[in-house]
Design a protein around this ligand. Structure first.
Ligand code: ADP
Ligand code: MG
Length: 292
């Protein structure tokens, strides 16, 4: 049965917008030594915006932007939504017909438009070795600014680079600083490119990051962190994050995250504010001292 001290900790946390799904998680949270954090939607707002577009001179820019927007309109990925919003602001999509659109989780999308195969996604997915030095140069520069780089490829030729910038949440930096003060080691996990990851981690004040992480690889990294640190928490918001949340000693979901993440998590942050988890960690260790 649940002790009065635990119950009081849970109700105290609930008043501060942190939902514990059971007493055991209060105890587990008090033991964590490291915390893995998803980048998009957890450290950042998860609302990226297109900031730059470079289209190869062999293609019509208006057409490329319109096609990318039309294809991405069939995906719910935050990057896809940003590409569609950008495209809608600039170009008319009505005449473009998209066939056979496919989501490739953690990578991008493919589709057929005007009888040509389009691939849109991260550099490794579309095959950056096939792009010109010109486009690769632009891509690295954009990634170093913390922007996510998306390539568009038509029939095997890379024709455009899109850069998307997401904003680090106001509360992130302070929360990371507090975690470090509590002696808890933060690690950022992301499917994004190394250069982008490095810039965002730096902005958030996180020293260790793991980039180019496919959704299923997040689970492996959580398991490795468990081996190294003993008890770890994982914070995420997306469908992709659910298996990693389940693999951590304590899974924490951002309240505005997807249903799957909310269901899988042990703790839900009702407001998307990381500071609430650091407060709960302090609370849980205090409670644990009282109980023992
Ligand atoms: P994260 O781990 O940052 O939440 P994902 O695992 O969902 O990201 O995706 C990893 C990378 O794959 C993205 O950074 C992006 O480059 C690419 N990607 C995924 N889906 C799309 C899409 N619909 N359009 C463009 N790029 C995409
Ligand atoms: Mg995310």
């Amino acid at each position: 049965s649940i002790s009065p001290a635990t119950l009081s900790a849970i109700s105290n946390a609930a008043r501060k917008g942190v939902l514990f799904k059971g007493g055991i998680h209060v105890e587990n949270l008090s033991h964590i030594k490291a915390i893995a954090l998803d980048k998009t939607g957890t450290l950042t707002k998860g609302k990226p915006e297109v900031t730059d577009v470079h289209v190869h001179s062999s293609m019509d820019e208006t057409y490329v932007i319109a096609v990318v927007g039309a294809i991405e309109s069939e995906s719910t990925h935050p990057l896809a939504q940003a590409n569609t919003t950008f495209s809608n602001k600039k170009e008319k999509l009505s005449s473009i017909e998209v066939y056979n659109m496919k989501n490739v989780s953690g990578n991008g999308v493919t589709a057929i438009v005007d009888d040509k195969k389009w691939e849109i996604g991260k550099p490794d997915f579309v095959g950056k070795q096939q792009s010109s030095e010109f486009l690769n140069g632009i891509a690295s520069e954009l990634a170093e600014q913390g922007k996510t780089v998306v390539f568009a490829k038509v029939e095997g030729e890379i024709v455009a680079v899109f850069a998307l910038k997401d904003t680090v949440r106001k509360t992130t930096k302070k929360a990371i600083r507090k975690l470090k003060e509590l002696g808890i080691h933060p690690v950022m996990l992301t499917g994004d490119h190394e250069l982008t990851a490095k810039a965002v981690a730096q902005e958030a004040g996180i020293d260790q990051y793991i980039a180019d992480c496919l959704p299923q690889e997040k689970v492996e990294h959580v398991k490795e962190l468990r081996k190294k640190y003993g008890n770890i928490a994982m914070v995420g918001d997306g469908i992709n994050d659910a298996p990693a949340l389940a693999s951590a000693n304590v899974g924490v979901a951002m309240g505005e995250g997807t249903d799957v993440a909310l269901e899988t998590a042990d703790i839900v942050l009702m407001k998307n504010d990381l500071a609430r988890i650091t407060n709960s960690i302090s609370l849980s260790s205090r409670m644990n001292r009282i109980v023992k």
